[in-house]
Every structure is written in C-alpha cells, then in structure tokens.
Design a protein around this ligand. Structure first.
Ligand SMILES: Nc1ncnc2c1ncn2[C@@H]1O[C@H](COP(=O)(O)OP(=O)(O)O)[C@@H](O)[C@H]1O
Ligand SMILES: [Mg+2]
Length: 337
C-alpha cells in the first residue's frame, strides 16, 4: 500500500516559489492500477516523482508498505527504490547500448551475477515480446518497442510498484492500446501496483481501477473510474470526460431544433432497460433520438442518449420527471422554443 500524507512540494527558484504539489493525501491499494489525470502543469509528474523520492517532498510523508521513505538514509533508500520501477514518456534508453544491455543495466546496479542477469533479461524480453530484438539498438526500434524495453528494464528487479509518467503520450493510438494491454497483463499476472499519470482520459478509462484528478497541485476529485465517468462532480473532470465520451451536439444542430432537448444517462444494469420506450408509451410526447451510444467502462455499461421531446409542455415535464426518477441523470440541454 502506498500512503501519501499531506504531501507538499515547493520549488524555490531565484525569482519566486512555485507550488508543484499542494497538500495531497491519498492511498493506493496493493495490486490496483491507479491513474492520475490533469492538464499540463497540474503537478502530476511532481507527485509521481515524490513517490520514489526522486523529488524530495518539502513536507509530508510517502509510506510504502509501512515504511516512510522520507526517513530512510541513502543506502536504505537505494534498496527501497529497487522495488519501485519507473517508465517515462521518452523512454530514457541508453542509445549506445543494445536492448539486452539496457535491461541488464538495472540488474548490474543491483549487483546480480552474470548468469542471473543473462537468465533474467531473457525472461523479461520474452514477457514484453521482444526476444528477437535482444541485440538491436534503440535507434532500430519503433516507439512501442522502445517502451517495451523501458518496461522490461523497470521490471528487472521484481518491483512491487511501477510508476508510469505519460508512458503512452509519445505513441500512436494503436501502439498505446498495446502498451496499455501489456501494463494490464503485468498488473494482473505479477500483481504489481501501477500508478499511471496521463493527460489523456482515454488511457485511464481503458485500464485504471481508480483515478485522481489533479489541478493546481491539488487532488480535486478521486474515485473509481466508473463513478468518476458516470458521476463527475468537478467542472474540470466533466470536461475531461466529455473529451472522451463526446456527447456534445454541434451548435447548428441544436439551433435547428424546436422541442426540448434532454440528455439521459443510464448506469449499470438499467442501461439495458427499455425506459425510453416505456416513457414514450406512458406520456403523450414524441421522442426523437439525436445521438446515443453505450460505452463500457470497467466492463460496466454506461448509456447516454440525447433526445428531442415534443408535445404538450406539461406532458414533457411529466416525462422528464419519470425518466429522472428511473435513471441517474437527466439534463435538459435546451427547452422548447
Ligand atoms: N524543477 C522544477 N523547478 C521549478 N518548477 C517546477 C519544476 N518542476 C515542475 N515545476 C512546476 O511545478 C508545477 C507542476 O509541474 P509538473 O509536476 O511537471 O506538472 P504535470 O506533470 O502535471 O504537467 C508546474 O507549475 C511546473 O512549472
Ligand atoms: Mg508531467
């Protein structure tokens, strides 16, 4: 378990002080994939780098499996860090070394024997699907392959935690998917806790169990991915989610409509119920679906429909009340003209 308590990181530059992380407290459970999302400058990297003390917090604690890292001496910290792997957006491979040597480097640092290193590197390359690239140099690899080397190197010393700083942000969408699938496999098969920071909501939607949303150094919202996607509280979170789910209707489409336009959200089981058709049968209103889809988040359905309702205003209001009661979200986007 990773416990972050009242973590503050202030950067003092010649001119002024910049707050990187502003009093963050959170707990990351063993074996979960925890995402941290936020725009550039929100403090994500600073927070992540504080988790292995690459960055020393100005105040606060980082406690991993009961050990407060901020109290360790240099040697103890070096030992503790071996159990925390890290991967980066730009991979940070040594260009003059082969794939094998890049991965072996982490094991040499841990003072492993030559035979052990040989065996372990081969195992790791097999796991990330790069056995045939053993003797290649980074310049001969694609971005996705480079990140696989980064992952193999990060896992070399059998860490319990893997920190990922925008690990897919330099990759195209299909390579991103394959790297995320690899991270998920590592999490499920090896039980490694993964902390992943990203500015892309799509990334957390696919693999995270829980996420924290950061803004100005603070965590402004935290919850399971499903709860955050189906019931976001903060404006920033809503805008992040909208960027993924894309349910906004184009303005010109909205202007042409004369009825009442509602957005209806169905969560979990009720996504499959025929609430809309019940409503249309019960009330004297006409419904015209403008937009709709069912997304699967953590394998649970989230349905969203945008409908135009026309008819008697009182009936429309009753229909709206009916749906509001039975779903977990009805938002009137535009009232009848
Ligand atoms: N080494 C540094 N010196 C001074 N300010 C920094 C340093 N690193 C980060 N910052 C500042 O801290 C804030 C958070 O940065 P960062 O953690 O990199 O955000 P993110 O990863 O979310 O983009 C920003 O205002 C950034 O300019
Ligand atoms: Mg960053």
């Amino acid at each position: 378990m990773i416990e972050v308590k009242n973590l503050v990181k202030v950067y003092s530059t010649k001119k002024n002080k910049v707050i990187g992380v502003d009093n963050v407290s959170l707990t990351i459970k063993n074996g979960e994939i925890f995402g941290i999302v936020g725009y550039s400058g929100a403090g994500k990297s600073t927070l992540l780098r504080c988790l292995n003390l690459l960055e020393r917090p100005t105040s606060g604690q980082v406690i991993i499996d009961g050990v407060d890292l901020t109290t360790l001496n240099k040697k103890e910290l070096r030992q503790a860090r071996l159990k925390i792997g890290m991967i980066f957006q730009h991979f940070h491979l040594v260009s003059s070394k082969t794939v094998f040597e890049n991965v072996a480097f982490a094991l040499k640092a841990a003072k492993k024997s030559k035979d052990e290193i040989e065996k372990r590197v081969n195992e790791l390359l097999e796991m990330v699907g790069l056995s045939d690239k053993r003797d290649a140099y980074p310049s001969q690899l694609s971005g996705g392959q480079k990140q696989r080397v980064g992952i193999a190197r990060a896992l070399a010393n059998e860490p319990t935690v893997l920190l990922c700083d925008e690990a897919t942000s330099a990759l195209d969408p299909s390579t991103t998917k394959s790297i995320l699938a690899l991270l998920k496999k590592i999490n499920r098969e090896l039980g490694i806790t993964i902390v992943l920071i990203t500015h892309e909501m799509e990334v957390v939607k696919d693999i995270c169990d829980r996420i924290a949303v950061m803004q100005d150094g603070k965590v402004i919202e935290l919850g399971t991915v499903y709860d955050i996607f189906t019931n976001p509280k903060e404006e920033l979170t809503k805008s992040f989610i909208n960027s993924v789910l894309q349910f906004d209707l184009p303005d010109h489409l909205l202007k042409k409509r004369t009825g009442t336009i509602v957005k209806i959200q169905f969560k979990g089981e009720i996504a499959e119920e025929a609430i809309v058709s019940d409503m249309l049968q019960t009330f004297k209103v006409k419904g015209n679906i403008l937009h709709g889809k069912i997304e699967y988040i953590q394998d649970m359905p989230l349905g969203i429909f945008v409908m135009e309702l026309t008819g008697d205003p009182d009936e429309i209001q009753r229909a709206i009340d009916y749906i509001s009661l039975r779903t977990n979200g009805l938002e009137v986007i535009a009232s009848a003209a």
